[in-house]
Design a protein around this ligand. Sequence first.
Ligand code: AMP
Ligand code: MG
Length: 345
Amino acid sequence: MDRPLMNRVLVPLALNGAAPVLGAQVHGLDGQTMGTTWQVRWSTNHAAVSAERVKAGVQEELDRVVEQMSAWLPGSDLDRFNRASAGTQHTVPEAMAEVLQAACWLADVSGGAFNPAAGALVNLWGFGPSPRYTDPGFAPPTDEAVRHALARVDWRALRWDAANSQAHQPGGVLLDFSAIAKGYAVDRVSQRLSAMGLPHTLVDVGGELRGHGLRPGGQPWWVDLESPPVAQGQRPLPTTRVALHGLSVATSGDYRRVFVRDGARWPHTIDSRTGRPLANGLASVSVLHAECLWADAWSTALTVLGREEGVALASAHGIAALFVQRERDGQLTETLTPAMQELAE
Ligand code: AMP
Ligand code: MG
């Protein structure tokens, strides 16, 4: 007989921040950004900070990220960089520079598994602004087209100069921050709420979350990790419940935004070392980190690396990650890095 499913509970190793507020209530706002939804919740017992002020603050933070880093908004700083002539030098605005710095660091550390310059390949496989894999008649690229795009995805060619916030456009290199910008936006919104005098908050942009402080009654913000849908004949996985107390979580998965034809599956994550969508059997990777930018970027990097290399790199950097693998027999199995296990004990 199968054992009953145990659920897993993850709690941070330290408690910190403001004490719970007596008589507090949870307030909330939501909206749309970056082709997805956002949500903020905050717990307070006074109306000193109005919902209108919170909304304006959140909107300003989200708008800044979009105006600088959207590949979909014509005229964003990223779009202008992508369209710039070969051999031009660009001063990158502050928020974008922060993200590019983190992205180039992780690209170096992961040997290009994470690649902020993968736009040419992302577009080719239909996951950029256009063409879309959902367009009628969309066809996967030829080998030759892949070879051409592979010549345009070297992040080192950006010659990123952090001290002067300068990036070089060698010609045809397309930045794509979709694997990191949502996490960064979560951090910015979270910090903005804190600066407004709201220490008890939960922020969500498209399923990437960051929580601080406590809910009314002294409980942390509990969230369940996203997990891949369980197909017929697959044993379900335990639910993993996390106390988002000074903690962020992000999940990358192969089950959302995927092109399926003739039995082949192309997820939206591209291995820019081969030029092709991933086919390593990883169904999802969730990462917990103090900062959502890092949770978001690492979850993508580890997804590309695959279970074996991913667990090794995450362990070497003390990253708390949970890998869900589709095994050859069709079952889903979980692997936790040591830092993740520590949170579960
Ligand atoms: P995420 O859902 O955070 O894993 O981000 C996936 C998105 O990042 C994709 O839709 C692409 O726009 C982009 N992307 C795809 N492959 C990579 C990669 N190897 N490194 C960085 N970004 C990528
Ligand atoms: Mg990501």
